[in-house]
Ligand binder design. Structure first.
Ligand SMILES: NC(=O)c1ccc[n+]([C@@H]2O[C@H](COP(=O)([O-])OP(=O)(O)OC[C@H]3O[C@@H](n4cnc5c(N)ncnc54)[C@H](OP(=O)(O)O)[C@@H]3O)[C@@H](O)[C@H]2O)c1
Length: 365
């Protein structure tokens, strides 16, 4: 495999002196994880040297990535089964991450050296040490934001936030049910629910470290953590519903039998939001749920919401609120396993095995 057309060796890219600012960065190498064809990430991804402009011009900004997570959607994108597809190859993997601004072009107005930024759109390629983008491709975050939280702020916390805000008017004391309770999105849902005084029932798969996982999620604010089997136990569920109300909102990232079982506990007129399909099985809804319980079924996709609200005040307000919650320790980042670009195969293989209880994040030096 050759990346000669798209990526050239970076031999001369040394001892950069920035015209505009005080930062005098020196870096010997700039690398990315990229692919030239769709396929299994461990087979098609390659770590390649890349070349970026020596001095950025106009409204361009050079950024140096600090951290970038591996999300399930990144895997699906590389496999070619995600709705957003790259239009030309080779392409750099990754969809979100946080970077530091290391050079700004003369026409850049609202971004300065040292700012912490995230990409404003999707599929920009974040598994890379450096990138040159335009000012409008970037959103500036609070400079004190925690790096690991910032690396993941654009997708999972926002998804959790919107799904709990936009579909059902939840009030204090109401309850929700979700599967994938230990997923990154699920962990943010648990913490936002706790912060907004909403009770949560969180469904996870049975696992060797079940009790530790339950305790961990409860320590974050989960009211109940149950296995997929436990939510089928009538007596147990009756006991729970003598303590909390029936959920008005169900969040589904798994599909298959587990989604159907969550629906059985949804209150009349309740809504299920499907945002993932981790079991790769379809969502099957009992007929009575539509006719007698008046349940509603909707989907949510953060990418679409971002496109509709690209530079909206609503988006900036949400990011500010989430940043503040993180700063006040009301929102803890899911457990992170930091890896280098060289460790991508092992990280992706482990992630695909499941039960990792953690998010793999590329950390750049
Ligand atoms: N629609 C949107 O806008 C949007 C936004 C963000 C995320 N998502 C989707 O939400 C899902 C979770 O994303 P994430 O970043 O939070 O993922 P994550 O942290 O990697 O967690 C993956 C979750 O899926 C569970 N899982 C994996 N395989 C499963 C299976 N066969 N059956 C049941 N559960 C299974 C895992 O449970 P174990 O620990 O038991 O393996 C874990 O809870 C993904 O499908 C992702 O694409 C969608």
């Amino acid at each position: 495999m050759s990346f000669s057309k798209g990526f050239r060796c970076l031999g001369y890219f040394r001892n950069l002196h920035y015209r505009q600012g005080v930062v005098n960065h020196r870096f010997n190498s700039s690398y990315a994880l990229a692919y030239e064809v769709f396929g299994e990430p461990t087979e098609v991804l390659k770590k390649v040297p890349i070349q970026t402009e020596r001095h950025v011009k106009g409204n361009h900004v050079m950024i140096k990535y600090l951290a970038s997570p591996i999300n399930p959607a990144d895997i699906n994108t590389i496999q070619g089964v995600y709705p957003v597809k790259p239009t030309s190859f080779p392409v750099i993997g990754g969809n979100e991450g946080v970077a530091e601004v290391i050079q700004v072009g003369p026409n850049v107005k609202n971004i300065k050296l040292g700012d912490k930024v995230i990409p404003s759109g999707s599929t920009t390629g974040t598994w890379t040490t450096h990138r040159v983008l335009t000012e409008k491709d970037l959103i500036v975050l609070d400079k004190n934001i925690d790096t690991m939280f910032a690396a993941q702020i654009a997708v999972n916390p926002c998804t959790a936030y919107r799904m709990m805000q936009d579909f059902v008017k939840l009030k204090e004391g109401d309850s929700i049910i979700q599967n994938g309770g230990n997923s990154a999105v699920g962990i943010y849902v648990i913490q936002l629910a706790k912060f907004w005084n909403i009770r949560s029932i969180n469904v996870i798969r049975d696992r060797p470290d079940l009790e530790q996982t339950k305790e961990y999620l409860k320590s974050l604010g989960a009211d109940y953590v149950l296995t997929e089997e436990e939510i089928r136990k009538r007596e147990l569920m009756d006991k729970i519903f003598s303590d909390i109300s029936k959920p008005k909102l169900a969040l589904n990232c798994v599909g298959g039998q587990c989604a159907t079982d969550c629906v059985r506990h949804l209150d009349d007129d309740g809504t299920m939001v499907t945002y993932g399909g981790m079991s790769k099985k379809p969502v099957v809804i009992p007929t009575g749920s539509f006719i007698f319980k008046n349940h509603k079924y909707v989907g949510y996709w953060q990418t679409r919401w971002n496109m509709m609200n690209f530079n909206s005040s609503q988006r900036h307000k949400m990011l500010e609120e989430l940043t503040e919650l993180s700063a006040n320790k009301k929102l803890i980042t899911p457990k992170v396993i930091q890896v280098s670009l060289d460790e991508y195969k092992e990280a992706i293989e482990n992630m695909q095995k499941g039960f990792s209880n953690a998010k793999y994040v590329f950390k750049f030096d």
